[in-house]
Design a protein around this ligand. Sequence first.
Ligand code: MTE
Ligand code: MO
Length: 255
Amino acid sequence: MKKLLILLLAIFLILAGCSQDAADAPINNEINDTIEEIDDEINEKNEDTNEPEAEEDEKTDVPVIEKPSEEESENEELTEEISGQEEPIIEEVTEEGQIGEEQGENIENTLKIKGLVEKELCLTLEELKAMDDIIFEADFYSLNNFGTTGYTRFKGVKLWDLLKNEGIINPEASKISIIAQDGYSMEFTPEQVQMEYMDETNPDNKYPMIIAWEENGREYSLDEGNPYKLVVGQKEPGDINKPQWVSNIDLILVE
Ligand SMILES: Nc1nc2c(c(=O)[nH]1)N[C@H]1C(S)=C(S)[C@@H](COP(=O)(O)O)O[C@H]1N2
Ligand SMILES: [Mo]
């Protein structure tokens, strides 16, 4: 750098020598400017050598400034993740817990009665069998879509008595759904559940709607799903009643 300075000064001195009279002062100024420029350059160089330090400082400063914001955004993300993940889990757990604890839904092979009733029930087969005063057993006649007919002996409890005496059905209830484990379901009005049904081949017989656990003298195997079947007689001659026999009942929903 000093060599360059000297070289430049020499050039200027030579040039100055060529035109001494004309531009003495400007040349001096030019020399001063050049020196200043060179000084500036030197300073810049020094700054350059200092820059890494300064930049490092800045870099450490910038991350220090950025870090909290990064952490904030990370925290936000975490919060989002937490709220996104845990909330449904909590809901699921709570729901499961509530159902399991309060309604015993996780107990297998139970008959559930829910909705517009005073007592939501989760009845075991043993509990149903113990309801002596509402048990009904008879041969039910069935007519299927394609004219298939038959008689099947069923034993079970009268559904209306179960709803009236055990669940205590709300007088405002207007719909009773019998829902199977496979999703198959039948809907009835309280009147349809209460009424007596008939058998077109035995016009004098009257049949209540029942929840059966025994068919032709045999209890349903627990391996084949919930051991409860809805059995309904005919409303009138020609009534196709077999499709209404909902097997593997999971829930009786009163609405
Ligand atoms: N859970 C359940 N119950 C059901 C059905 C069904 O698909 N799922 N089908 C219904 C129909 S349409 C008929 S005709 C009878 C058939 O009874 P079966 O399988 O004893 O012949 O079951 C009725 N109950
Ligand atoms: Mo059917």
